[in-house]
Design a protein around this ligand. Structure first.
Ligand SMILES: NC(=O)c1ccc[n+]([C@@H]2O[C@H](COP(=O)([O-])OP(=O)(O)OC[C@H]3O[C@@H](n4cnc5c(N)ncnc54)[C@H](O)[C@@H]3O)[C@@H](O)[C@H]2O)c1
Length: 384
């Protein structure tokens, strides 16, 4: 029998809640046909072979509480699909706040916003070592550049693999990638790409246009939601990396990059009553045979947090395989399939094949390199 994968969480928000619930939910469904997951088994590990051993947050309603209490504490608002959870003995520890909590949170009600605990922060590397964690999942708010790097450094110091779900560039940043390589620590990043979320759908539609010979003239992707992720992103100065991550993720799928004025992608508004329901609107305008105009409008409605947990549950198991195999640095194929901003962008069909080859331990030759922001020259704006 294999040991469980020992996982720590930084940021016990909605995504963490969905992940913790999911591990127990699928434990109860072992041996029966299940929906909602991409891989029943990765290297012999099932979804329930995950044991949470440490958690860090800064909110006073979470720090000092058990993990299974904290995931159901406000301002978390994701669906509760597995309320009965085993006692984990994991008490949420105080992380360093740094730039994790945006100032405008103070203008919103307690139930909807972060409230700092104002406690002396734990030494994260020491806590990771003491817990025996093998993998840290980083779920900090968008714009927490310093805080995410602080946890990343702790992973290097404690030699713990990192799954970076946040658009702070680490795996896709050369110097951070090298640090992970040098420390012998694997990383999967950056910015989690949900199961069937706005990004993967937009990427697939972009490929569809290109593969069918339809020139894409303009596109937008507007997103609304009512969770703290959307509230946090009302502060536009925190959004720079998120917009780069989401926009480049779609640009990378086009044969010719769109001019920056012809592509608009980003979180668009905070609608409190939507809670964890994210709604995405995609519009694409193009030209087909004989220059005939084509317009496509699409609306996608999802539960935001389980949608990402369904991918993280695979990324954790891939990180564990890398640890077992002694692989270090950015894991290119899992990053390309699971993340919006991987070190190397691939078409999703290729990323799936490459990721499956990684899981099976098969050699897979990745296509010629294309990296974020340097794929193809920008084409001139088309006159309309
Ligand atoms: N589908 C998705 O939900 C999805 C997709 C892609 C990326 N992401 C990203 O994943 C991250 C987590 O999303 P979420 O919906 O769980 O966010 P959330 O707002 O629900 O949770 C963030 C948590 O981090 C805590 N926190 C803030 N500063 C901290 C610090 N310095 N140390 C430790 N904890 C701190 C907050 O108290 C909160 O509990 C976000 O960056 C989000 O953009 C989510």
């Amino acid at each position: 029998m294999r040991n469980d994968i020992k996982v720590a969480i930084a940021g016990v928000g909605n995504c963490a809640s969905a992940l913790v619930q999911g591990v127990e939910y699928y434990r109860n469904r072992q041996g029966i046909a299940v929906e909602g997951i991409m891989h029943q088994s990765i290297g012999g590990y099932s979804c329930s072979d995950v044991e949470f051993v440490a958690a860090f947050d800064v909110d006073r309603r979470k720090v000092g509480h058990s993990l299974e209490e904290a995931i159901f504490s406000k301002p978390n608002c994701t669906r509760i699909f597995q309320s009965a959870l085993p006692v984990s003995n994991v008490i949420v520890q105080a992380g360093p706040v740094l730039d994790g909590v945006a100032a405008h949170m103070a203008d919103y009600p307690d139930d909807a916003a972060f409230r700092s605990a104002d406690l002396e922060p734990t030494d994260i590397a020491a806590a990771l070592r003491a817990s025996g964690a093998e993998v840290l999942v980083c779920y900090l708010p968008v714009g927490s550049e310093q805080a995410v790097r602080h946890y990343a450094q702790a992973c290097l110091d404690a030699r713990v693999a990192l799954i970076n779900c946040v658009p702070v560039f680490l795996a896709s940043d050369h110097s951070w990638a090298q640090k992970f390589q040098d420390a012998g620590v694997p990383i999967i990043g950056d910015d989690i790409k949900s199961q069937v979320g706005a990004t993967i759908v937009h990427r697939a539609l972009a490929r569809l246009f290109a593969d069918r010979g339809v020139g894409l003239d303009r596109t937008y992707q507007l997103n609304t939601g009512g969770n703290t992720d959307f509230l946090n992103m009302l502060e536009r100065s925190r959004l720079t990396s998120k917009k780069i991550s989401k926009t480049e993720s779609v640009q990378s799928q086009l044969d010719e990059r769109l001019d920056v004025r012809d592509i608009h992608i980003g979180p668009s508004d905070y609608v409190p009553w939507q809670q964890d329901n994210k709604v995405c609107f995609i519009r694409m305008e193009g030209r087909g045979f004989g220059d005939a105009p084509i317009e496509l409008e699409m609306r996608l409605s999802v539960q935001d947090s389980p949608n990402s947990a369904g991918v993280v549950i695979d990324a954790i198991r891939c990180a564990k395989l890398a640890l077992e195999r002694g692989e270090a640095g950015p894991l290119e194929a899992p990053s390309a399939y699971y993340m919006k901003s991987p070190p190397r962008q691939l078409r999703d069909s290729v990323a799936l094949e490459a990721c499956n080859a990684f899981i099976d331990g098969r050699q897979y030759d990745l296509p010629a390199e294309t990296t974020r922001g340097s794929m193809v020259a920008e084409r001139p704006r088309r006159s309309k």
